[in-house]
Write a protein that binds this ligand. Structure first.
Ligand code: ATP
Ligand code: MG
Length: 559
């Protein structure tokens, strides 16, 4: 874990060391990075790590970062994903220099491919996919040269052009680099550069029926854009020789370097777009932006702030070694940020009515409540009080043990900001369920301070019944019950059945606002909450962003 500079956003790491050296040696003058998502799903917390790295470096070195859509798989890419990716990067607080599609380079890439053919470094292979696979060998056995490997340059040029001109069916031919079928690195055994796919592309429409593969496209796109440092995750380490081979064998406007870092693996979550997509399409969540999803849009809806995500990325740092990050790290980053930011309010999510019998029915008054206990700049608000209030059901116990410092028959508690009340009577319905409490209050305790120095251990939150705003509150918890759902044979088995609990009779303090740009609230004693997108003034909906304390730590200890 990186140390000191979590709040500056400039934690050093081995990649920044490389950049420092490149600047010092004069190899690089302007640092250029890129974040290259494939628009086949929504961005998740793992992407946030890469975004904070790439855009953070560009920001700190006065360089720039491109948002490049790596769109070489026409089957899976959609406008909805493109829009969501742009929105998420902006929401995280970053500005891209340019926002190209890899498909914008299809013409240039085609010319580069011809360049390789002309040098005898690429050929059209007409083996079937199965034959190609069989001849490629395995990790333990070398590959063998296929029968089309030594086609003449002339023939290759003709066939490749015919591929482009829609003269063949899908799979009839591919273009391959001519490198070394016996290479110990499978990626170097004549990798496929182009394949035939009769699919409409979201950007280029039906202009192309051949599409370049990722490895061919990526380095050349970097070079076209003048990227100096191409940062990718460790799975691509074995692809670096190919990245270099392509650039070494073609004349390109610039020469980027690829450097790999460990991808984020976070407990209790999935960071595979395929699996996230399955959660959405199978209806386990309400959408890509379901507040339980660790997609950036889900986290936004849940009430994460961009700052909390950036701080998390700083806390975990950038390394070359895989490790799994505990969920507690993300939660701590979130709580730390919300604690300083969130406006305090009172809300009762499971209400129990309390009638204060010695408080006149036609009377009401307001108490003053600080909006933030440590930050006077936040000011205060008026908290109305009247004869009937709601308290949390959990804050009452009929047969309470001695150490229960909340309300029970005959005991006194402090109502936050207001006064002391004592429980006199429990009112039950025919079924024996508690319906309401009859209490008295001490007029001398107004404002919440003790009139005669007597001690009251418990302070509970409450909302005036007459003034309360009814709301639905979603209590969210982790989506999975096991630390590594991705490794489970079937991640469905690990879904947490209680990841969303709907409280549809919550009562809010009237000063809680529903705005288009919702405020982060701390509902005192309950956690951090934010108004949901579907919230209306007729039917407010709040999402619990996070509890105040980590309730999982105890569970894990006791396992
Ligand atoms: P998936 O395999 O789920 O589709 P991906 O890694 O292929 O995910 P891309 O859209 O290609 O997703 O990723 C864009 C960029 O984000 C890449 O540079 C990739 O390395 C980076 N990235 C993706 N997942 C993570 C992660 N978990 N941690 C760090 N970086 C990541
Ligand atoms: Mg990918």
């Amino acid at each position: 874990m990186s140390d000191s500079s979590a709040d500056t956003g400039e934690s050093s790491n081995f990649i920044r060391d490389i950049i420092d050296a490149d600047l010092a040696s004069g190899k690089v003058s302007t640092v250029v990075t890129r974040f290259p998502p494939e628009p086949n799903g929504y961005l998740h917390i793992g992407h946030a790590k890469s975004i904070c790295l790439n855009f953070g470096i560009a920001r700190d070195y006065n360089g720039y970062c491109n948002l490049r859509f790596d769109d070489t798989n026409p089957e899976k890419e959609e406008q909805e994903y493109i829009d969501s990716i742009r929105r998420d990067v902006e929401w995280l607080g970053f500005k891209w220099h340019s926002n190209p599609f890899a498909s914008d380079y299809f013409d240039q890439l085609y010319d580069y491919a011809i360049g390789l053919i002309k040098q005898g470094k690429a050929y059209v292979d007409s083996q079937s996919a199965d034959e190609i696979r069989a001849n490629r060998g395995t990790l333990k056995t070398p590959g063998v040269d296929g029968p089309y490997r030594n086609r003449s340059i002339e023939e290759n040029l003709q066939l490749f052009e015919a591929m482009k001109n829609d003269e063949f069916a899908d799979g009839e031919h591919v273009l391959r680099a001519k490198i070394d079928m016996q290479s110990p690195n499978i990626n170097m055994r004549d990798p496929v550069l182009y394949r035939i796919r009769h699919v409409t592309h979201h950007n280029t429409g039906d202009k192309w029926c051949i599409y370049p593969l990722y490895d061919f496209t990526h380095g050349l796109s970097d070079a076209i854009e003048g990227v100096t440092h191409s940062l990718c995750t460790l799975e691509f380490e074995d692809h670096r020789p190919l990245y270099d081979w392509i650039l070494d064998n073609l004349e390109t406007p610039s020469r980027p370097e690829q450097t790999e870092f460990a991808r984020l693996q976070l407990e209790y979550s999935l960071t595979s777009k395929r699996k996230l997509n399955a959660l959405v399409t199978e209806g386990h969540v309400s959408g890509w932006d379901d507040p339980r999803m660790l997609t950036i849009s889900g986290m936004r809806r849940r009430g994460f702030t961009p700052e909390s995500i950036a701080n998390f990325c700083d806390m975990i740092g950038i390394t070359k070694k895989y490790s799994t990050i505990e969920m507690g790290v993300l939660e701590t980053a979130l709580r730390d940020d919300l604690n300083t930011r969130a406006v305090r309010r009172m809300a009762v999510i499971n209400p129990l009515k309390v009638v204060i019998e010695n408080y006149p029915e036609d009377q009401e008054e307001v108490f003053s409540g600080a909006n933030h206990p440590q930050n006077p700049d936040y000011g205060s608000r008026e908290v109305p009080f009247a004869r009937e209030i709601y308290i949390e059901r959990d804050d009452f116990m009929e047969d309470a043990p001695r150490k229960f410092f909340r309300l029970s028959p005959g005991r006194e508690v402090r109502l936050r900001f207001a006064c002391y009340i004592t429980c006199k009577e429990v009112v039950k319905n025919a079924a024996g369920e508690i319906e309401s409490l009859i209490c008295t209050y001490d007029p001398e305790s107004r404002g919440g301070s003790s009139p005669d120095g007597r001690k009251v251990k418990g302070t509970i939150h409450w909302v005036s019944a007459r003034h309360a705003v009814a709301a639905t509150v979603n209590l969210y918890d982790r989506l999975f019950t096991v630390p590594n759902p991705g490794a489970a044979q079937d991640f469905h088995q690990a879904l947490n059945p209680d990841s969303r609990i709907v409280m549809d009779n919550a009562m809010l303090e009237p000063s809680i606002e529903l705005t288009d740009n919702p405020l982060a609230y701390q509902f005192e004693r309950l956690g951090y909450f934010i108004s949901d997108y579907d919230s209306t003034s007729e039917k407010p909906i709040f999402n619990r962003t996070m509890t105040l304390r980590d309730s999982w730590a105890k569970i894990e200890q006791s396992r």
